[in-house]
Design a binder for this molecule. Structure first.
Ligand SMILES: [Zn+2]
Length: 335
């Protein structure tokens, strides 16, 4: 189910499983400070990219003409589809996504649901599981302004996760079960036992085989931990490809991996028998990661990482599994 309607699963093509095209994910504290938006220039772009949470405006992807140009580049570089996980709290724009998809030729599968509590309004924070589930079921079955979601998520969990977020996650599991859509979760940061999240979803009727655990890049740092999580049945998503700096502004004691380290972890997971439980993406949500902001753009995985995979011995069949077959399985809504 794309923002332009249903398509045959075998026409999906190479797919990025976690991106943002139109969103405003400005941290609430930064939004509260206000002030003018930072201007991205040759002199400022390194610092804005490095301290990506400190510069107002960097988190606002709101220009449709820019989005169209960025996705036209992605298409030229080999990408055919992306999953757009902008949900309530970070300014979803279904009609805008439909226009960007039509103009760029890139399929967009839209998410639905609720981001971490600090970004939500009071009504969502206080809502019941039934109401929250109803919102997500309606987004998948009937759409928002007629544009239907094709996946649930990204469902936001803080570190530690809050009671309001547990209600949202329980509701998401109910909605996943009721609609047959897959579920993407933005989990608590390290150290946190992500198996607990999977078991919570299972206990509320959700299906771990149709669950994608986002952001393992900043949560799990060794193959044993990744294998233990994949053994639950869920899909492990490395979605910070393109971030080549160890600095993680949300948690300074974390060393983020670079693309080379990501590929080593991913290789370990594949060698342990979990190749079909790996998803990859870049989670672009700031201007400095767009080509127009001096960044790598949506095509980085196709332009730079797939060639690196080949140099490191990944086979064409393995690459196709991660970029085509696993997304196709997850995005085909179950009967
Ligand atoms: Zn995201």
């Amino acid at each position: 189910m794309t923002v332009l309607g249903p398509i045959a699963p075998d026409t999906l093509g190479p797919t990025l499983m976690h991106e943002h095209v139109l969103c405003d994910i400005t941290p609430p504290a930064l939004a509260a400070k206000g002030g003018p938006e930072a201007e991205i220039t040759l002199e400022t772009c390194w610092e804005i990219r490095h301290q990506w949470c400190n510069h107002l405006g960097n988190h606002r992807l709101t220009d449709e003409a820019v989005a169209i140009a960025e996705l036209e580049r992605l298409h030229a570089e080999g990408g055919r589809a992306l999953v757009e996980l902008t949900c309530a709290g970070i300014a979803p724009h279904p009609a805008g996504l439909a226009r960007v998809s039509a103009a760029s030729g890139v399929h967009i599968v839209m998410g639905c649901g609720f981001y971490v509590e600090a970004y939500l309004d009071a009504s969502a924070r206080g809502a019941s599981v039934d109401w929250l589930a109803g919102e997500m079921v309606a987004a998948v079955r009937h759409g928002m302004g007629g544009i239907r979601a094709g996946i649930i998520g990204e469902i936001g969990l803080s570190s530690p996760w809050t009671e309001a977020e547990k209600r949202v996650l329980a509701a998401a599991a109910v909605a996943q079960c009721g609609t047959g859509a897959s579920l993407n979760v933005h989990p608590p940061r390290s150290p946190f036992d992500l198996v607990e999240v999977v078991e919570f979803i299972r206990a509320h009727g959700g299906d771990p085989e149709r669950l994608v655990m986002s952001h393992v890049d900043r949560t799990l740092f060794d193959v044993d931990g990744l294998v233990r999580l994949a053994d639950t049945g869920c899909v492990i998503e490395f979605d910070f490809f393109g971030i080549e700096s160890s600095w993680y502004p949300f948690q300074p004691d974390i060393d983020l991996p670079n693309d080379g380290t990501r590929l080593r972890l991913l290789r370990g997971l594949a060698d342990s028998g979990h190749l079909d439980r790996i998803a990859v993406s870049q989670d672009i949500c700031t201007r400095t990661r767009l080509v127009s902001g001096g960044g790598h753009g949506y095509g980085h995985l196709f332009r730079n990482v797939i060639p690196l995979m080949r140099l490191r011995g990944f086979t064409e069949a393995e690459i196709e599994q991660m970029f085509v077959h696993t997304p196709r399985r997850l995005l085909t809504i179950a009967a």
